[in-house]
Design a protein around this ligand. Structure first.
Ligand code: GS8
Length: 222
């Protein structure tokens, strides 16, 4: 009997994507919620280098770093045929999302004044890049997802960020012009939110917002 266990925390976009991937392909797993201020022995033992969630433990073998875990899940349980070029393109944008996109988003959360304004400008520019990538990968919106007709690797990477858009707007006190500037991303985000896996795994935006305000308090006094 194979054992699949996920160590994560409910608000982490990195952790949520692992659960969405497992739900999508119907792999049964055990879930362990981690308190990041009091990490379990198992987490410290399974990810001694970074001591971060998410970790996937498959038959006692730990796999760390969410993008690497998603690739492992694809290689282990998913048989979708993706060309080397399309795979490289999806990995490029996943890397962009976690470095440049998340970085600007997190700076909106943890800064104010000019630093926050700068992060907001970068966020809008990053969304423009993602809109362009989606245009290319969905053949100008004729296919529903970054994965083309399938909800694929990059869709899973980005889906948890959809629930953060509203958080960035609320904390940054601005409106992201989705309908006019990023129409493909807008439609894609709505499509993601309708998927059973995503509805099941992502937290409500109220609960998330409350948590992110707590995180913000550690960095700035408003
Ligand atoms: C990021 C994971 C991460 O930041 C990945 O898996 O993709 N590149 C990694 N995990 C955070 C929680 S989410 O903000 C974490 O575990 N932090 C604990 C700590 O830093 O002590």
């Amino acid at each position: 009997m194979e054992q699949v266990k996920v160590l994560s925390t409910w608000f982490s976009p990195f952790g949520r994507r692992i659960l969405i991937a497992l739900e999508e392909i119907g792999v049964k797993y055990e879930y362990q919620e981690e308190d990041l201020s009091n990490k379990s022995e198992l987490l410290l033992q399974m990810n001694p280098v970074h001591k971060k969630i998410p970790v996937l433990v498959h038959n006692d073998q730990p796999i760390c770093e969410s993008l690497i875990i998603l690739q492992y899940i694809d290689e282990t349980w998913d048989s979708k045929q993706v060309s080397p070029f399309d795979r490289a393109l999806a990995r490029f944008w996943a890397d962009f999302a976690d470095k440049q996109f998340f970085d600007a988003g997190f700076r909106i959360v943890k800064s104010k004044d000019e630093a926050q304004e700068q992060a907001k400008r970068e966020m809008l520019e990053n969304l423009q890049f993602l809109e362009g990538a989606l245009k290319e990968m969905s053949v100008s919106g004729s296919l529903p997802f970054f994965g083309g007709k399938d909800f694929g690797f990059l869709d899973i990477v980005l889906a948890p960020y959809v629930s953060w858009f509203h958080i960035f707007e609320t904390i940054g006190n601005f409106k992201i012009p989705f309908e006019t500037e990023y129409p493909l991303l807008d439609a894609w985000g709505k499509r993601c939110m309708e998927r059973e896996s995503v509805k099941k795994i992502l937290p409500s935006s109220d609960r998330l917002l409350e948590r992110v305000f707590q995180i913000r308090k550690k960095f700035v006094v408003d």
